[in-house]
Design a binder for this molecule. Structure first.
Ligand code: MLC
Length: 335
């Protein structure tokens, strides 16, 4: 565990639940005991709380009233049950009772990118739509002692952390108070054939089971997905690889980022935002990509990222590659 943590590129992670709380539920640590009901009871409160904290910040920065939100796309791997955390979240935020809710469960690490894809579709179909995207994760849903006969769980215990992120996706006329950050230009989803066994996520009696193959970093050949996603826009890799774009990659793990960097011929600073988020928060599943986009935004503001076009990319079970082509908002307005 110590060696994995040292090599993980993760400096710290954050957990909503305390050792004291875990200690009061011995069934959470002992995989032989059923614990799913206890875990679901705990996350039924925690997930909407985390989600609301992130969404309130996003709405405050957006500067319009919560009642102007037309759709809610909520994504989590940490909860199950109806009415779900999207209903609690809508109430906590004071969204209108007619807000159109879509909840995505168990999309693994691509949950955030999938939520953005769905939100972009919804925004494109609704006149003046404003879609609140929220991803929240509390890994108490699966946290436990690793199986002594199978050390794979050590990797899972060394990379995942809790977190929540939120963003507002819109279409149509931009109100004076709104400051778009990125235009979502094209979205795509592709499956890497033959890679299904590499990652699985399963709800069972002892909570959420998550397994990642040691082969994963070698399997994530995403260059074709990227090339297919940007080709309709006339963008392609040049002699220097894909360095003319900015990158918002979901940092599944240090070795996965290393693999993307090598396959796409990226200069080290291209994945600096992803590596920073991994270092400060670990892999927060779906919420991570929102932190990465925020970090890219921060780097653009201080001049560390300058490209007009970029790619957001996340990998999930399937293996599924979610890709979104982004255009930095200021660049389009200047034309
Ligand atoms: C875990 C690591 C930090 C370890 O770093 P290194 O690989 O450089 O270190 P290393 O080569 O010394 O390996 C240390 C030991 O861990 C083992 N090892 C590595 N990955 C493993 C895995 N997934 N399952 C089981 N064992 C694994 C190695 O075989 C080795 O064992 P031995 O010591 O016996 O030789 C790195 O491999 C990493 O970042 N892996 C990616 C983590 C990951 O899969 N994240 C994805 C989450 S899912 C996701 O993001 C997408 C999704 O949801 O679909």
């Amino acid at each position: 565990m110590k060696r994995l943590c040292e090599k993980s590129g993760i400096r710290k992670r954050h957990f909503h639940h305390t050792e004291e709380m875990i200690g009061s539920h011995p069934e959470l640590l002992d995989r032989a005991q059923p614990s799913l009901s206890a875990r679901l009871r705990i996350t039924a409160d925690a997930v909407p709380e985390l989600a609301a904290a992130a969404a309130e910040k996003a709405i405050a920065e957006w500067s319009r009233p919560a009642g102007d939100i037309t759709h809610l796309v909520f994504s989590t791997n940490s909860s199950a049950g109806l009415p779900g955390p999207d209903v609690s979240l809508a109430a906590l935020l004071g969204l209108r009772p007619t807000v159109r809710r879509t909840a995505l469960y168990l999309h693994g690490c691509s949950a955030g990118a999938a939520a953005f894809r769905v939100a972009e579709d919804l925004a494109g179909n609704g006149d003046g739509a404003r879609v609140l995207v929220v991803c929240a994760e509390a890994i108490v849903i699966g946290f436990g002692a690793h199986d002594e006969a199978n050390y794979d769980g050590l990797v899972v215990n060394s990379v995942f952390g809790d977190g929540a992120g939120a963003a507002i996706i819109g279409a149509g006329a931009v109100a004076a108070v709104e400051c778009p950050i990125f235009h979502m230009v094209a979205t795509s989803q592709a499956r890497l054939p033959g890679t299904e066994p590499a990652v699985w996520v399963r709800l069972g009696e002892s909570g959420l089971g998550y397994n990642v193959s040691a082969e994963l970093p070698a399997l994530v050949s995403v260059e074709k997905c990227v090339a297919d996603a940007v080709a309709p826009l006339g963008l392609a890799a040049g002699r220097g690889g894909w360095n003319s774009l900015f990158w918002a990659m979901h940092p599944g793990g240090r070795a996965i980022l290393d693999s993307y960097e090598a396959a796409l011929g990226l200069e080290p600073e291209k994945l600096a935002a992803s590596r920073r988020v991994l270092g400060e928060y670990g892999n927060m599943l779906g919420a991570t990509i929102i932190f990465v986009l925020d970090e890219v935004r921060r780097r653009r503001q201080v001049g560390d990222v300058a490209c007009e076009w970029g790619v957001m990319l996340a990998l999930g079970p399937g293996l599924t590659v979610e890709t979104m082509v982004l255009q930095a908002a200021g660049s389009r307005d200047e034309k």
